[in-house]
Design a protein around this ligand. Structure first.
Ligand SMILES: [Fe+2]
Ligand SMILES: [Fe+2]
Length: 214
């Protein structure tokens, strides 16, 4: 396969995590609205799920603003100002989401649904632009495989520093992916993280999110 790029694959994977997180959150809101409320047993897990979605989105946009866009700006043509403006608007949406999370048990699901809808309306075209412009083909012309692997490593380190508590965010990312995406995502994780921390020691913390995960 001449068209594979570890960098593009990483970008597509994180987009998949956020897209699924957003999609499930919207579907669940619709379900709760139909039932006239959120079942008490799901309220905590749902707010953890949306909070994790917020952290992961924030960290992803920070990585793009601070690392990806500055590096690619003079090398790959793309509507960088539009992308950065979208990030700013989404940051505002994430702040409002935070407020909505506090109110979900007291009938605030309708407002949450509305804000998630605004998020989705921006998110779908936004990742469309990124995925159309930052393709494996273009990236290959400016970086060799080793440079891409190093760059991807730098991005994941940056992401870890900015994405909130590992015991919630890591399971959120791992279990919003499935099959080969999940395998590739955890491939370079230390053994202790994938075999002990996430599935055993941290499980008590992230367990309430299980109804929303794969
Ligand atoms: Fe972006
Ligand atoms: Fe992105």
């Amino acid at each position: 396969m001449t068209d594979t790029s570890p960098l593009v694959e990483g970008l597509l994977r994180i987009h998949k995590v956020i897209s699924r997180g957003l999609n499930i959150s919207i579907r669940k809101c619709d379900e709760y609205l139909g039932k006239q409320g959120i079942p008490p047993g799901e309220a905590m897990g749902f707010s953890m799920y949306i909070t994790s979605l917020k952290w992961v989105t924030h960290a992803h946009h920070l990585s793009e603003d601070e690392i990806i866009f500055p590096y690619f700006k003079d090398k790959i043509d793309a509507p960088y100002s539009r992308l950065k403006d979208d990030h700013k608007t989404i940051t505002h949406i994430l702040d409002v989401l935070d407020q909505c999370i506090l109110e979900i048990s007291s009938g605030g699901v309708g407002k949450l649904r509305e804000v998630l809808g605004e998020f989705e309306k921006l998110w779908v075209p936004h990742i469309g632009i990124e995925e159309q412009n930052f393709t494996a083909e273009k990236i290959k012309t400016i970086m060799d495989l080793k440079e891409q692997v190093n760059f991807a490593e730098k991005l994941s380190k940056h992401g870890r520093q900015n994405s909130g508590p590992g015991p919630l965010v890591l399971p959120f990312m791992i279990y919003n992916l499935e099959g080969s995406d999940r395998e590739a995502f955890v491939l370079h994780f230390p053994w202790i993280v994938k075999k002990v921390l996430v599935p055993v020691l941290w499980k008590g913390q992230w367990k309430p999110m299980i109804p929303f995960l794969l």
